[in-house]
Design a protein around this ligand. Structure first.
Ligand SMILES: [Zn+2]
Ligand SMILES: [Zn+2]
Length: 303
């Protein structure tokens, strides 16, 4: 592959026939030899697609030629080649699975009643004006925030996106209801929904970071309010915004800063946990801390 690229985009727009869109997307991506993950629903499309730059460009052009997807905000990043194991194109009830399908209304203008979109520059303006009053609220799974997050961000206890409802209804975050809250996630899609759910539950001033962490990182690199790496759902596992990114995650075995996740050796667990390259090479601490706490030995020595 000459120049591997990955695109990330979503569009919230009503689709009368998601099944037809799925078939078209599958044929299109397959004919160009692309891999990745596309989800289509009655509310639009969410895609992460990788391949050679020329093929990805053709895919983007064709996708945008469909009127409802014309306004797709495409985020490009560098791949490593073969970043996805396969091509998967599916129809799902929700583009992102919060389990709140009934609560979301989508029109040609997008999701109704969401938080105000802030581009990276507008986010900095808000922080300049309101200072410490502004609270970052992580819209991802808690594990993703182990290697990178906005400074002083609140990270809800979420294993999956479905856990958000219980979290925001738990009362834990009620003191944020009168404050300016900025939700953020990888590319912005999860916040389109999360910000609606929060507003519906009494959070009065909710913003969402437009284009997500990806766009923010492109704009400000390591010079802004972002600390560490960005977790991504492909073979790369994590990306950094330029040199000198300080990892905020720590190896379970030696405590050295690392952005590298590995799978727990317990086949019933397979939880991802942080282990540095050196400790991985020496197979120190092959189990996650949950398994270690549950009595599986922390050190397994050969022989
Ligand atoms: Zn280590
Ligand atoms: Zn485990």
């Amino acid at each position: 592959m000459a120049t591997p690229k990955i695109v990330l985009f979503y569009v919230f727009t009503p689709l009368a026939d998601p099944e037809a869109v799925k078939l078209w997307q599958h044929t299109l991506a397959e004919s160009l030899g692309l891999k990745g993950r596309v989800i289509v629903s009655k509310d639009g499309i969410n895609a992460t697609i990788g391949g050679d730059i020329f093929d990805v460009k053709k895919y983007v052009r064709a996708t945008r030629s469909y009127e409802p997807f014309k306004k797709a905000d495409i985020k490009w990043s560098n791949g490593e080649g073969d970043d996805f194991p396969r091509l998967s194109v599916k129809v799902r009830p929700e583009l992102v699975t919060f389990g709140t399908d009934d609560e979301i209304t989508v029109t040609e203008a997008g999701v109704e009643g969401g938080g105000e979109h802030l581009k990276p520059g507008a986010l900095h303006k808000l922080l300049d004006e309101r200072g410490d009053e502004v609270v970052f609220f992580d819209g991802r799974n808690a594990m993703e925030a182990q290697i990178g997050k906005f400074r002083d961000a609140i990270v809800p206890e979420t294993d999956t996106t479905r856990d958000f409802i219980d979290e925001i209804e738990s009362g834990k975050y009620d003191d944020l209801k009168g404050k300016p809250v900025v939700t953020y996630c990888t590319g912005g899609i999860r916040c389109e929904v999360l910000s609606v759910l929060m507003k519906n539950r009494g959070f009065e001033e909710v913003y969402q970071l437009d284009g997500g962490i990806v766009r923010y990182g492109e704009t400000f690199g390591n010079t802004g309010y972002w600390d560490g790496s960005l977790y991504v759902f492909d073979k790369r596992m994590h990306v950094e915004f330029g040199d000198g990114a300080e990892s905020i995650g720590h190896c379970v075995a030696c405590e050295k800063p690392t952005p590298n996740f590995v799978n727990c050796a317990n086949l019933d667990c397979r939880q991802q946990y942080l282990r540095c390259e050196d400790c991985t090479e020496k197979n120190r601490q092959p189990y996650c801390s949950d398994c270690v706490q549950a009595g599986i030995p922390a050190e397994v020595t050969a022989g």
